[in-house]
Write a protein that binds this ligand. Sequence first.
Ligand SMILES: Cc1cc2nc3c(=O)[nH]c(=O)nc-3n(C[C@H](O)[C@H](O)[C@H](O)COP(=O)(O)OP(=O)(O)OC[C@H]3O[C@@H](n4cnc5c(N)ncnc54)[C@H](O)[C@@H]3O)c2cc1C
Length: 494
Amino acid sequence: MSEKFDVVVIGAGLGGLSSAATLAKNGLSVLLLDKHYKPGGYATSFVRGRFEFEVALHALSGLDLDRKRGYMYRMLEELGITKRVEFVKLSTLYKSVYPDFEFVMPAGRENIENVLFDTFPKESEGIKRFLDRISATNAVLTGLQRGGVTKEQIQEHFVKYQDKTLAEVLNADVKDVRARAILSQLTGYFGLPPSKVSYIIAASGLDTYFMYGGAQIRGTSHTLANAFVESITEFGGEVRLSNGAKKILTEEGRVTGVVTEKNEKIQTNYIVSNVNPFALCNLIGLDKMPESFLEKLRSKPIAIATVCVYLGLDVPYTELGLDEFEMFISSSYDFDRLYKMRSLEPTEIGLATYNLAYSEASPPGTTIVVLTTIANGDAWTKLNPAQYFETKTRVGDRILRIAEEKVPGLREHIEVVEVATPITNMRYTGNPEGTILGTPYTPDNILGKRLPQDGPFKGLYLAGAWTQVGGGYQTCLMSGNWAANKILSEFKRK
Ligand SMILES: Cc1cc2nc3c(=O)[nH]c(=O)nc-3n(C[C@H](O)[C@H](O)[C@H](O)COP(=O)(O)OP(=O)(O)OC[C@H]3O[C@@H](n4cnc5c(N)ncnc54)[C@H](O)[C@@H]3O)c2cc1C
């Protein structure tokens, strides 16, 4: 074997990037490999005509940009990212648009209380109770990682709720269906409706967004991914793109090396896998995988995917009356009903206007709008090529029509349009069914119940959406950091 590294990281998605940066910063020799010619996985951009489109990010959580003290901010600062990337705080969290009611959710707990109490005076007590409840749960969850929480707090704010869904908790506190819908609007980010998503995950995610607001990246996620590559390189690590892993070598239950797509043989005792676990099995060889790992994998459903319509418009957003970065348009307050219809007949969309996050998101006088709906990737994988083309056109058109009802004239101003489906997601990242979250955030699949970060071979660790904590920018970045810390502890012990 010609080359040797302390650690090889396979996949330059967010989990792989944060892992490689953490390891390189701490002095280990690191090689990061990705199949694609660009780093980032979903966290990237693409160019059509004179527009550069953000592929994925709507709202980055956990930064606390006002105080620069959020867990995510400090981690990115440590890794040399904040000096390379400008994060832009979104002035509001979202605008909810229903057939008979509209509501703008501000950022910051006090602002949120004020506007919700004003709109739903009879529900004030219940809303406050709910907001306090999710804050207490989030504080315990954070405390579990950092220490400093008592057994009583864990019992009271965590254990009691670990099998509950968001709806079970929210509906006990809040009775008004409109208030419930507004408070659970972001469950789309967690890929499940309130009656299915884990309360613990929703509480932690919602509280983080409510407290700190969301953020965009000036220059798209591609800037973030590039910043990681620069940091990794500056710390002495190496990044090879357009060169995936072809094989993971193992001996007597331990990883020993990687063969790349360019047939380089790399010797290593440690691997962080940021590829989906099915691809990981193929890299190692199905016959070598322990049955317990395969069993766990088989037992878990696959989470949702997305369909996106990316629009480059030839007018400024002000001419179309767009006034909030993220607008959720729903045909009903019943998210469960909408979720059931998600497969190939979307009835709810998110409409994000990137120039409202930072004006130069597209050339002067133009606008970038991205329409997104969650989708059942499985239904898309069953289509033959002709059906796929027809469905992509029909669903794209339907999504556009939902947007047009609220933004008249939108279609006439399209200069560039691109539709991405679960199949597009699969093609670019290899994730089965084009899922963006790995496995779903149901109460029986959170935290320690997800795939562990310790892989099924000595020296093998997992990072990214499929493992703990789960899918999303903040969570994937955290998972890579944790996987790296596990390896660093082993090196320290030696
Ligand atoms: C449309 C859309 C909107 C989203 N919106 C948000 C949002 O607003 N907020 C949020 O927090 N999250 C959002 N997400 C989810 C978030 O983007 C993902 O959960 C996260 O980026 C997944 O990161 P990951 O670490 O799992 O890696 P992935 O992005 O899955 O990347 C895996 C990488 O592995 C590489 N790879 C695969 N096979 C190999 C191999 N054999 N060798 C080497 N490399 C390989 C792939 O090329 C890829 O780069 C969104 C996603 C999408 C698609």
